[in-house]
Design a protein around this ligand. Structure first.
Ligand code: BYC
Length: 343
């Protein structure tokens, strides 16, 4: 039993614990007051609680985009499982890619508690009606890219996702706790790949440096477009999502924390981050960094990244080829249920 789900809130809102309010039904004044009070008190909103439809839709958008990112994110590294340089590396990479599938499952399940069907979400992904993270439209050209993804991409993911463990929506927040534990292992494995390469031959060092050169800027873009200072008026989702306790920090603030965390790690690795403007600013107590190419970001989002078409084509093919597994699992579940009904 979690939070308000079966407690006085559901009763006070006039909803039966078994009958969630319909997604499109507007909240009455009492329900709206209870929702606002829960958010104000930093409590969790649970699936059966009344919630504004815009809150529900924001969560569906963000959780689905996150779930899609996890399963599309299996591709760039999955691509290297057969070519990983040793049995140990293969086993580790396979476990990591499986973890990502698992993250997708927790997140689709969390989205389903909001009243949206998983098939429908996958359809939105396959038809380009919902996004996945921009980062997965870049190719993995060498083995060092698996290191760079773990170190930079999972590093950025942790920075962005640890605050989501405190998201106001209960099922999303709880899914994030387990995901973050696994992401932290992923980041270390990426660091360790690069650490080994940086202590290898000159060619291996150059390969690690090249991977960091290609992944650094896309990793900074992962946090989303600028949303502080003048950009706060730019019409993104941050202000509203922070007011609802979905996002806990602005994109720019998380990006800065990420840069501050990564610079010392790059120094330990012996990797030079590809930004001539990167330097410590004692007055701000942060690293300054150079301008991000936001035109590239929006271009990639619109479908014009190096791998957009390939990623979706591969995903649709995997989905179609997996149809028989879904049918078999459904038939098995129906058979089990009918046996239980007889017993
Ligand atoms: N890529 O107002 P904003 C992983 C869109 S998985 C694409 O800031 P929001 C991993 C945004 O959707 C990593 N689109 O939006 C997996 C919005 O467009 P719409 C994925 C982006 O939602 C496998 C518009 O730009 N992590 O780590 O408040 C292997 C304006 O943005 C991106 C998550 O999904 C982007 N990078 O904030 C290894 C975390 N950024 O929807 C690793 C959960 C922005 O209005 N998501 N957009 O058309 C979030 O925290 C937030 O959704 C974001 C964006 C910070 C990403």
């Amino acid at each position: 039993m979690y939070g308000n789900d079966f407690g006085p809130t559901a009763q006070a809102s006039g909803t039966d614990a078994d009958t969630p309010p319909g997604p499109d039904e507007p909240l009455n004044a009492a329900e709206a007051g209870i929702f606002d009070d829960l958010i104000e008190a930093e409590q969790r909103i649970e699936p059966r609680d009344a919630m504004p439809d815009s809150y529900r839709q924001t969560l569906v958008r963000q959780i689905a985009q996150h779930a899609h990112s996890e399963i599309i994110g299996m591709q760039p590294e999955g691509n290297w499982i057969t070519r990983a340089p040793s049995l140990r590396r293969k086993a580790i990479l396979m476990a990591k890619v499986q973890d990502e599938a698992g993250h997708g499952l927790y997140l689709y399940s969390a989205a389903e508690t909001l009243g949206v069907d998983r098939e429908e979400l996958l359809d939105r992904l396959h038809t380009g009606r919902q996004r996945y993270s921009s980062i997965f439209n870049y190719p993995t050209l060498t083995w060092a890219d698996c290191g760079a993804i773990g170190w930079l991409v999972d590093g950025a993911a942790i920075m962005n996702q640890v605050p989501l463990c405190r998201c106001s929506y209960g099922p999303y927040a709880r899914a994030m706790i387990r995901i973050c534990k696994e992401e932290s292992f992923h980041q270390r494995q990426g660091f360790e790949i690069l650490w080994t390469l940086m202590r290898g031959t000159e060619k291996q060092q150059a390969m690690a440096q090249d991977a960091a050169d290609r992944w650094w800027w896309p990793a900074l873009m992962m946090f989303g477009p600028p949303d502080t200072g003048e950009a706060a008026q730019g019409g993104g989702h941050t202000q509203q999502s922070m007011a609802w306790g979905i996002k806990r920090f602005a994109n720019d603030d998380l990006r800065q924390k990420f840069v501050d965390m990564m610079v010392p790690q790059a120094e330990r690795l012996g990797i030079v981050l590809p930004d001539p403007e990167l330097r410590w600013n004692a007055e701000r107590g942060h690293y300054d960094f150079g301008p991000i190419d936001w035109e590239e970001f929006w271009r990639v989002l619109k479908g014009d990244g190096p791998c957009n078409a390939e990623r979706i084509a591969h995903r649709v093919q995997a989905h179609d080829e997996g149809a028989w597994v879904r049918e078999a699992a459904t038939a098995y579940a129906v058979k089990q249920a009918s046996r239980e009904a007889v017993a």
